[in-house]
Design a protein around this ligand. Structure first.
Ligand code: 3EB
Length: 347
């Protein structure tokens, strides 16, 4: 991204503004922003917020660091800006920034939960998140990111991603009377940092779950992929009235039905993933009467990526103006080489 997109930052007093907007900025640009309206600044690339030591860090609770390498570009900050000033609070271990209609929640826990394992750590993290969401008046989990190390390593006889899915499923089962209709859009990525990091968007009022017609819903995956299916929706639609609408699009890979396609073929996996994203957007358009386009796209690549190919294919499918961030991170199935997620908007 040679020209970070700043056009989608809201102007003050704009009645038709959605409650927040998201843009990719350079660290130096993000550092200039007044904190009052910052829901979150997610730093990609570095292992620490540049120029901010541990003590100053505590004074800047909106800063989140995801130390996945940024491919083909310098460090990038994803800025989540509220249309209104935010109120910050801690509920248990969960840091919250609350606007009028949306809140941003984040927590980072020991991914071994003091030796009990990732499954226990995950259910504890999701219990804390559910409790904080309810207590803050933003009970809807709309869009969540999950990062933890060694996603494929075996732990107590189960791959860690599958242990994570089991812990998340348990917490959702306890928290929601009906799980399948309350699942957030999500991404789950293998990282290099320690700890289980969970963060994302909470809402006061429920959005609408929209699944992908080319893919079996992940929460219906058969047991061959693990003892508990992954608890997420393919996307969540949120209508902001005169200010337009958002579609929060989960990490999407080269999966058709429930099967991974094109093992070891990067180009074909990329193409299948883009067709999946197109099908999801078309389904959202059909169901909501909107015309969605991607405001930001993020690619997670297991290997150092063919950047020219990725940018060219995304430009061809979704327009040359679409901001794209490419990160190196591990995807939840070993045969999958990449995954793409995004935020789509409509007027
Ligand atoms: C897939 O479609 C790819 O476990 O939260 C994508 C997005 C994937 C989210 C999750 C997993 C998750 O199954 C993997």
């Amino acid at each position: 991204m040679s020209e970070p997109c700043r056009s989608s930052l809201p102007g003050p007093g704009d009645a038709a503004s959605p409650p927040f907007r998201v843009a990719y900025l350079r660290p130096a640009e993000a550092a200039q922003l007044a904190p009052e309206r910052l829901l979150a600044c997610v730093h990609f690339g570095p292992t620490a917020v540049p120029g901010v030591g541990p003590e100053a860090r505590a004074a800047r609770p909106w800063e989140i660091v995801v130390p996945l390498p940024v491919l083909g570009d310098g460090d990038v900050v994803e800025v989540w800006r509220s249309a209104r000033p935010v109120e910050r609070m801690m509920v248990g271990d969960v840091q919250l920034a609350c606007g009028d209609d949306v809140a941003f929640a984040s927590l980072c826990v020991d991914d071994s939960c003091g030796g009990l394992g990732l499954e226990t750590a995950t259910s504890a993290a999701y219990r804390a998140l559910g409790a904080a969401a309810s207590a803050s008046g933003f009970p809807i989990l709309a869009r969540l990111w999950n990062f933890f190390p060694a996603i494929h390593r075996m732990e107590s006889g189960l791959e860690r991603y599958r242990a994570f899915c089991r812990g998340r499923h348990l917490a959702f089962t306890e928290h929601f009377a009906a799980v399948e209709t309350n699942l957030p859009a999500a991404s789950a990525i293998g990282s290099r940092n320690s700890g289980l990091q969970v963060f994302g968007l909470l809402l006061r009022q429920q959005g609408r779950q929209i699944e992908n017609p080319r893919q079996l819903s992940a929460f219906h995956y058969p047991p061959v992929y693990g003892p508990r299916s992954p608890s997420f929706s393919r996307s969540i639609f949120k209508d902001w009235g005169a200010a337009g609408a958002h579609l929060y699009v989960s990490g999407t890979a080269s999966i058709v039905g429930h099967s991974s396609r094109h093992h070891r073929d990067y180009t074909r996996q990329l193409e299948e993933t883009l067709v999946n994203l197109q099908a999801l957007l078309a389904n959202a358009d059909a169901r909501t009467g909107r015309a969605f386009r991607f405001a930001v796209l993020r690619v997670y690549s297991r290997v150092v990526a063919p950047l020219e190919l990725i940018r060219a294919r995304i430009a061809a499918k979704f327009g040359p103006e679409t901001p794209v961030l490419v990160l190196q991170g591990d995807i939840c199935r070993t045969e999958l080489l990449l995954e793409i997620e995004g935020l789509a908007i409509s007027d």
